[in-house]
Design a protein around this ligand. Structure first.
Ligand code: 3PG
Length: 307
């Protein structure tokens, strides 16, 4: 009987945990829950005897992998796996997977919630503007980007996308105009929605020069990662360009400075909540449990992200 740990500092909805438990128990395994932990020592303790771990944005580093002597697989119930040290996992002979696409509608819906809030002046009672007819730039056309495009059509937006890795034809099949560079996307669009992963290449890449290309009244929406933003550059730009707005689902390191300097033009959720819906939790959590059982029982490595 394998021991499968759900380690979520930000817990799944209870109904998702119930679904995960059913998958695990039907496979004859044991589910262990570590939710809302506040200290890494709790995680280090919980991983000691487990075969598999389901996480969200929880950090799995070398220390966690060292402590988890029986560990065979970690599944990040979600898209981005920048919170897992992939090289260390490979060195520990641990398989790492994500569950692509399972929470992407939730994130895309939040991007629109934040867009509407921003163009309506954060509901302060003044006259705002509409998304209809505005040019939307989708920066990276993966699962979330595609959902953003689908929803944007309902709003009547003109939709553009740039993705360095996605063929133009794939983007244009969806009725979205594919642009050739990030610079072109920012120079073209009134609203840019970020969907790039946090990697060595993308870190700090959303900077003064790039965002500075946006037309007057530009709105940057970040439901991706805080690491991709050059915070000092964005602060400098927003000081110079009092027309720009920034809304984010990932609180910047310099949140206090953004909030103080850009009242009425800046908003951050207190905790990343793009994927925090019952539906996304069910989809991603149950997919993670199934992937673990497929790996443990049948050696299935679909969605493996480390070598
Ligand atoms: C993801 O990468 O899947 C999203 O950022 C959601 O992250 P979360 O599971 O921590 O909410």
């Amino acid at each position: 009987m394998a021991k499968i740990l759900v380690a979520t500092e930000k817990p799944f909805a209870a109904i998702a945990v119930k679904g995960i438990r059913e998958v695990v128990e039907q496979a004859g395994d044991e589910l262990i829950l570590l939710e809302k932990y506040t200290d890494k020592s709790q995680l280090l303790d919980a991983v000691k005897a487990v075969d598999a771990i389901i996480i969200r944005s929880d950090k799995v580093d070398n220390e966690v992998l060292d402590a988890a002597k029986n560990l065979k697989i970690v599944v990040r119930a979600g898209a981005g796996y920048d919170n897992v040290d992939l090289a260390a996992a490979t060195a520990h002979n641990v398989c790492v997977m994500n569950t692509p696409g399972q929470n992407s509608n939730a994130v895309a819906e939040l991007a629109f919630g934040m867009m509407v809030m921003a163009v309506r002046n954060f509901y302060n009672g003044t006259s705002g503007s509409e998304l209809k007819g505005k040019k939307l730039g989708i920066h990276a056309y993966g699962n979330v980007g595609r959902n953003v495009a689908r929803i944007a059509k309902g709003f009547g937006m003109e939709i553009y996308a740039f993705d360095a890795f996605c063929p133009k034809e794939t983007i244009e099949q969806d009725g979205v105009t594919a642009l050739s560079s990030a610079e072109e996307l920012y120079a073209t669009c009134d609203v840019v929605s970020l969907h790039i992963p946090a990697t060595a290449e993308t870190k700090n890449s959303i900077n003064y020069e790039l965002v500075g290309k946006m037309p007057k009244g530009g709105l940057l929406v970040n439901t991706a990662r805080k690491e991709v933003i050059d915070e000092a550059g964005l602060i400098k730009l927003m000081e110079e360009r009092t027309d720009l707005k920034y809304v984010t689902d990932i609180m910047p390191v310099a949140h206090a400075e953004f909030a103080e300097k850009f009242a009425g033009r800046y908003f951050s959720t207190p905790k990343k909540m793009g994927a925090q819906t019952a539906e996304a939790n069910i989809n991603a959590g149950i997919a993670a449990a199934r992937q673990i059982e497929g790996f443990l029982k049948k050696g299935c490595e679909k969605f493996r992200v480390n070598k």
